[in-house]
Design a protein around this ligand. Sequence first.
Ligand SMILES: [Zn+2]
Length: 223
Amino acid sequence: MAATITEQEARIQVRDAGLRLLREGLVARTWGNVSVRLDDHRYIITPSGRTYEELQPEDMVIADYQTGKYEGSIKPSTERKVHEALYRTRKDVGAVIHTHQTNASVVAAARREVPPILDDQVQLLGPTVRVADYALPSTRKMERVCVKALKGRNAALMANHGALCVGPTLEDAFVACVVLEKACKAFIEAEFLGGAKSINIFEAHLMHQFYLRKYSKEAQKNR
Ligand SMILES: [Zn+2]
C-alpha cells in the first residue's frame, strides 16, 4: 500500500497538481481529473465541471472507492469510476491522473500502442503503453478496459479519448504524464523519420523492473 497522507495535505497536493498540469499544457479548462488515495477505502478527487484556476483545496471531494459514495455537496468528477476501479485493484497505486493531453490524444485517436522507444519512458511507464479499448465515459466497460490496459504499467492511452497515469504518489503520476507526453511526441515525429526503432522488449522489461526495485528501496530509505 502506498504511503498515506493527511486529508489537508491531499487537498493541497491535488490543487497544486491541477495547476502544474495546466502550466505544462497537459490539461485545459475543466477536462481531466486528479486524485489521491487517502486510506483503505477513501480517496480525494477534483470536482466536476470546475476550471483548474478557480479550484481551492476545500473544493476537492472525498469519496469511497469501495461504495462510490461521496461526502459533502460538491459533485466529484464524472470520470471518477476509473479512479475507483484502480484504487480497488492496484495496491501500488497512490494517485491517478486522467488528462486529454495533446500528443497522447493523437496516439489514442490512432489507437496505436506506444512501443519501447525511450529509456525514461520504459523505466517509468513500463515496457509499452497500451491503448484501452474504446468505451463510453462513466461505464463499467470503461473501468474494465482501463484496468486491463494499465496492468503492470504506470500509463495507458484511452482509445479516442486521452490518457491515464498512475503512481505511488501524486508526484510520480505527474511525472508519468510528462514522460508519456514526450514519448508520444517522439513516437509521432519519428514516423516522419522512417518510424521509431524499438528497444528490445526483454531489455525494456528488465529496465522497468530495475527502476521499480531501485525506487522501492529509495522510498524505504526515505521513510
Ligand atoms: Zn476524459
